[in-house]
Design a protein around this ligand. Structure first.
Ligand code: PLP
Length: 371
């Protein structure tokens, strides 16, 4: 992945610097408004990262120490860590081999009497089948939080991912579709949750810094609970506003590049590429391929062959339950383990050239048996 940044972002940051207001202020508020509108969410609250957004989401959802939170292991480790931050236990559920995402069946299997929340992920930008999972969880009063860190620009049943979630969390790390350097966002269906999140991200202060500075004599602030500093800066939000305006173009380009890879991979025995599920479309944030036994070369050797051709690919999505931090869970997740061991992520970014992509495809063809 390479971020796609241009002169417009440079100008936007310069303008903020010249304004003298660099911390959370009018640009953050504008970014929130625009993001909510583009994702068809009722409310948006910017944060310092998706990790802090997930942490805040669990607090606002009412998850308490001793609770269980069902999460995929097949995700960046921040998904599981968020549960630990609020004193809950992450309970790992397996994923579907087609999508790499939790399903209603794998979630149901992982529920315990102490489960109060489930974090589903749109892994690599593949939309999760949220409605099916909410059908299991909603009647039990279990909050489903969508970790849409990779999901900007993907759709679910004709709407942006996250639009059908009670709470969704987004990332603007440079590895994701939109970037602000570091940064995150929460979107909410319910206003009371958005109001509480907005307050908690700013030390639970009763009067926001922006409101205090807007008046010469501000009312004394109070702190009704223990909050956090999870604020985004106006410098970041200014970049985010420009990046958001590029989203349709970025996603169209990624889908075009993904289609070229998909066509090539379909003609190579033993390889399978990530694809749109029946219920939505992918932004192809991570274009992964699965290396099957019919390919004749394993994942590690293919990575080496790519590296020798000067191509930087990456091992597939990690499995958190295998990391030392979570080994004690002792859980066995066959599909997660299969995917994490047998997939790799191909280079795919806005500026990649046709000839660069053709070189990647050449190595894939040489690595395996031709049809
Ligand atoms: C990247 C990522 C995160 C963490 O995002 P940050 O903004 O870097 O904190 C969380 N969840 C998933 C699924 C991710 O891919």
């Amino acid at each position: 992945m390479q971020p796609w940044l241009g002169d417009e972002e440079v100008e936007a940051v310069t303008e903020v610097l010249r304004s003298g207001w660099v911390a959370q202020g009018p640009r953050v508020a504008e970014f929130e408004r625009r993001f909510a509108a583009s994702q068809q969410a009722a409310h948006a609250v910017a944060t310092s990262s998706c990790t802090t957004a997930l942490h805040l989401a669990l607090v606002v959802a009412g998850v308490r120490p001793g609770d269980d939170v069902v999460v995929p292991s097949f995700s960046f480790i921040a998904t599981a860590n968020a549960a630990v931050y609020v004193g809950a236990r992450p309970v790992f559920a397996d994923v579907s081999v087609e999508t790499g995402n939790l399903t209603a069946a794998t979630v149901r299997e992982a529920l315990t009497p102490r489960t109060t929340a489930v974090i589903v992920v749109d892994q690599g930008g593949v939309p999760v089948d949220l409605d099916a999972i909410r059908e299991v969880c909603d009647p039990l009063g279990i909050v489903v939080i969508e970790d849409a860190a990779c999901g900007a620009g993907s759709t679910y049943r004709g709407r942006p991912v996250g639009a059908g979630a009670e709470i969704a969390a987004w990332s603007f790390h440079p590895r994701k579709i939109l970037t602000t350097g570091e940064g995150g966002m929460l979107t909410f269906a319910r206003e009371d949750r958005a109001v509480r999140a907005r307050k908690l991200r700013e030390h639970a202060m009763s009067v926001s810094a922006a409101d205090r500075h807007a008046s010469l004599v501000s009312p004394p602030e109070s702190y009704d609970e223990v909050g956090f500093n999870f604020r985004m800066t106006d410098l970041q939000a200014a970049v985010g506003i420009v990046q958001l305006s590029r989203l349709p173009e970025v996603v169209a380009r990624r889908r075009e590049l993904a289609a070229v890879y998909a066509k090539a991979v379909a003609d190579i025995d033993g390889l399978r590429a990530v694809a749109d599920p029946a219920w939505g479309t992918c932004n192809f944030q991570s274009f992964w391929i699965e290396i099957g036994s019919a390919y004749g070369t394993d994942r590690e050797d293919l990575l080496t062959a790519l590296a020798e051709a000067g191509i930087s690919a990456r091992r597939g999505i990690m499995a958190a339950h295998r990391q030392p931090a979570y080994e004690a869970s002792g859980v066995s997740l066959p599909v997660t383990e299969h995917l994490t061991d047998n997939t790799l992520i191909l280079p795919l970014f806005h500026q990649i050239s046709d000839s660069e992509q053709a070189r990647v495809i050449d190595v894939l063809r040489q690595g395996g048996a031709r049809r």
